[in-house]
Design a protein around this ligand. Structure first.
Ligand SMILES: [Zn+2]
Length: 333
């Protein structure tokens, strides 16, 4: 390239010495989103995943956001699972990415007859398209009606036993510590961007100093009691409150949810910090995109570029957005 420019007077171009060596391979780097609810999104949002180079995803079907009756009954959750089973192949054919399923029992609302779900789940775990159990995990406070911690923990452990039996990983819903906002909203109006009647939240069942971390510790203990190897546990919604514990005291994978950073405060900078401190071996990134939230199907693709800007090597980026998910969830093979 010439250093003399025919511009009228010198521009930046005349002063720039070295052009940075940009990793163009990032434009086509395949990625896998191990935790989203894409079957609840619009067709256009699912297309956005495909346009941004998503090669595979785990569509998680377990959330109480989509079961209208409270408390929830086993049949309500079965309906969610069946809806996802019903539509999965058509989603895959429409968009070309591999669409796999995570089926689980979420504990954000009390379920009246959870044992019926555990009984039914065994056969679902046999399905080729089911690549994970979850999302699940002890939740410090419920919507509408509280659920005793010991009962929650028992349901979490029972799912982990099933996961172990079927050699499936478990996606944990680790509770986040919410970010400090400048001001809180009227409780009866709630948080814009999150379709939830927040005034219906009930008193927490875990009320220690750090209930969010306590919940994660109960989940890890449940995995140990279930005989499930810790490296088969993927703690989604990893954050500053649980990273140190999960990295230093367990063998679990940590997946950083970056599709609704405005809500949970976790973004690519947190992922970069974790890679710097602990290396990429047990780190993933997910979007958790869902129709009840202001979420961004492009978030993971954006994070790929952002991680590079933050100084992370291309090989490490590839490992956290593609190779780790592929290996743990058996996708892309
Ligand atoms: Zn989720």
């Amino acid at each position: 390239m010439t250093s003399t420019y025919p511009t009228k007077r010198p521009t930046d171009a005349a002063h720039l010495e070295d052009e940075p060596d940009l990793p163009r391979e990032l434009l086509n780097l395949p990625w896998i989103d191990i935790h989203n609810h894409a079957h609840t999104l619009s067709w256009e949002d699912r297309e956005r995943y495909a346009l941004a180079g998503c090669e595979g995803m785990v569509m998680v079907s377990s959330g109480y956001h989509w079961t209208p009756y409270k408390p929830v009954r086993a049949g309500d959750v079965r309906y969610l699972w069946d809806d996802a089973v019903n539509r999965r192949a058509a989603i895959e054919r429409n968009h070309f990415f591999e669409a796999a399923l995570g089926l689980g029992v979420h504990t954000g609302v009390r379920i009246e007859d959870p044992d019926d779900l555990i009984d039914a789940m065994d056969a679902y775990c046999e399905l080729d398209e089911v690549v994970a159990v979850g999302e699940t995990g002890v939740t410090p406070s419920q919507h509408v009606e509280a659920w005793d911690v010991d009962e929650q923990r028992a349901i979490v452990q029972a799912q982990m036993e099933l996961a172990d039996k079927h050699d499936l990983p478990v996606i944990l819903h680790t509770p986040n510590t919410t970010t400090d906002s400048k001001r809180s909203y009227r409780p009866e109006v709630g948080v814009p961007g999150y379709e939830k009647n927040t005034a219906l939240g009930v008193e927490p069942v875990l009320d220690g100093e750090n209930p969010q971390l306590e919940a994660v510790k109960l989940d890890v203990q449940a995995a140990r009691d279930a005989g499930l190897a810790e490296e088969r546990v993927v703690a989604s919604h990893a954050d500053g409150n649980n990273t140190d514990y999960l990295m230093t005291e367990t063998e679990c994978y940590l997946s950083y949810t970056i599709g609704h950073s405005w809500l949970v405060g976790v973004d690519a900078a947190d992922v970069a910090d974790a890679i710097d401190e602990y290396g990429p071996d047990r780190i993933m990134v997910d979007t958790d995109c869902a129709n009840v939230l202001r979420t961004d199907p492009f978030a993971l693709k954006r994070a790929i570029f952002e991680l590079y800007r933050y100084g992370i090597d291309v090989d490490d980026i590839r490992q956290v957005v593609y190779e780790n998910p592929r290996e743990v969830f058996g996708l892309g093979t």
